[in-house]
Write a protein that binds this ligand. Structure first.
Ligand SMILES: Nc1ncnc2c1ncn2[C@@H]1O[C@H](COP(=O)(O)OP(=O)(O)OP(=O)(O)O)[C@@H](O)[C@H]1O
Ligand SMILES: [Mg+2]
Length: 282
């Protein structure tokens, strides 16, 4: 079932007249096994798009169908439960921490979705373990830990609701390289072990190349590309998307131009290095 967008447009009320933040979007996202990057310039509609994926925003025109539930709903139907099925981690989610202790903060989501206190605690502890928040921190204030740890606590708060699909709005923004790598390793692990669909907004094309399988490109509210990352980076009109190439591909293109090395795409540093070492020994 997953998530379907059927010719979806959305206009913010009272913003610009007749201005759609996203327009005529048609998409089909599978409930399992997808790792999708959503890319595009500032203001292209990425956050607006993903907020439709858990019914936080309802389309002005068209329909979104989330796990079989039609939106906007035809009658007054409870759609709150969709927010549990599709977990959305906002930009800078650490700003939304508010409880006295880290454990309570992680428990907030499951408690809100009808888990008992003890069920919520079990789920929260499991989520904390996944993101690497140690038990010794459970009774500390979420405001006395580093920014990177706060981000993990916020992610754990969503994971504790045990969503089927995980949506991340620029999860690595503002983190240092190690924090970025560690957090991406957590998402990769969740994707690999549970086959969970992950949808991630990012401006970082190196992350797209390394982690995403599928890429959705927005330009001025329109969907201009939806396909595999391999198709995107080898697209004859790639320049028209106004996106940066990932660093490994830049290096390979430069080597082709400067020293005539045959171009073969490699999407992360490890495979780039392995390829270059192989060339060296030929
Ligand atoms: N709450 C809001 N009220 C009115 N207009 C908004 C609101 N949020 C976003 N917009 C407008 O909708 C358009 C799309 O914004 P959106 O935040 O979805 O873009 P984005 O691709 O996520 O950008 P960024 O990369 O900067 O996060 C922009 O023109 C923006 O100014
Ligand atoms: Mg945004």
């Amino acid at each position: 079932m997953g998530i379907q967008f059927k010719d979806v447009s959305y206009a913010y009320r009272g913003y610009k007249v007749n201005y759609d933040a996203i327009g005529h979007i048609t998409l089909d996202i599978k409930p399992k096994g997808e790792f999708i990057a959503v890319v595009g310039h500032t203001g292209s509609g990425k956050s607006t798009l993903v907020q439709h994926m858990n019914a936080l925003l309802l389309p002005t025109k068209g329909n979104v169908v989330i796990f079989g539930q039609d939106l906007p709903p035809k009658r007054h139907e409870k759609i709150n439960y969709l927010r549990q099925k599709v977990g959305l981690v906002f930009q800078f989610p650490e700003y939304q921490l508010f409880e006295e202790t880290i454990l309570k903060d992680i428990m907030f989501g499951p408690k809100n979705f009808k888990s008992t206190e003890s069920e919520a605690e079990v789920k929260a502890k499991k989520a904390a373990a996944i993101v690497g928040i140690d038990e010794s921190l459970f009774n500390q204030s979420p405001f006395r830990i580093s920014g990177g740890q706060m981000r993990r606590v916020a992610v754990a708060g969503i994971l504790a609701m045990e969503p089927d699909i995980l949506v991340l709005d620029e999860p690595t923004r503002g983190l240092d390289p190690k924090g970025r790598k560690d957090l991406m390793a957590i998402f990769q692990e969740i994707h690999d072990t549970e086959d969970k669909t992950i949808i991630m907004i990012t401006h970082d094309m190196d992350l797209v190349a390394e982690y995403a399988k599928r890429v959705i490109v927005l330009d001025n509210g329109r969907l201009v590309f939806d396909g595999t990352k391999e198709m995107l980076f080898e697209h004859p009109q790639f320049d028209d998307f106004h996106l940066d190439l990932p660093t490994p591909l830049k290096i390979l293109k430069t080597l082709e131009k400067e020293v005539g090395l045959v171009y073969k795409p490699h999407y992360d540093y490890a495979s780039l290095l392995a390829y270059l070492k192989g060339v060296q020994h030929e």
